[in-house]
Design a binder for this molecule. Sequence first.
Ligand code: H2B
Length: 97
Amino acid sequence: MSIPELLSKELIDNHSALLPMWINDGLSLKRQFILSNFASAIGFINAIAIVSEAMDHHPDIQLYGWNKVSIMMSTHDKGGLTELDFQLASKIDSISF
Ligand code: H2B
């Protein structure tokens, strides 16, 4: 599957409006999740891994402070944000843990 092109600033802003929990700095999307405990954080990360593998699009994932998961996403093959980042962010938002 070919990788989509970088999005214009206008499209990034339009997509970001639909994902208000994600911080968009123009080059990446970031969000922090607070889970109820360490096991839930691990389970959440595993669910993200399954979704990411299915899309062949992979976020940076950090687990810290026992129950916090920080996600950072960009399309490194293109050097910025593409449709794939917003699609993956939306799928991660729909995972409940
Ligand atoms: N994940 C992310 N976040 N960005 C990419 O550009 C990317 C990826 N590229 N996962 C994919 C893998 C690519 O390297 C492989 C060859 O499909």
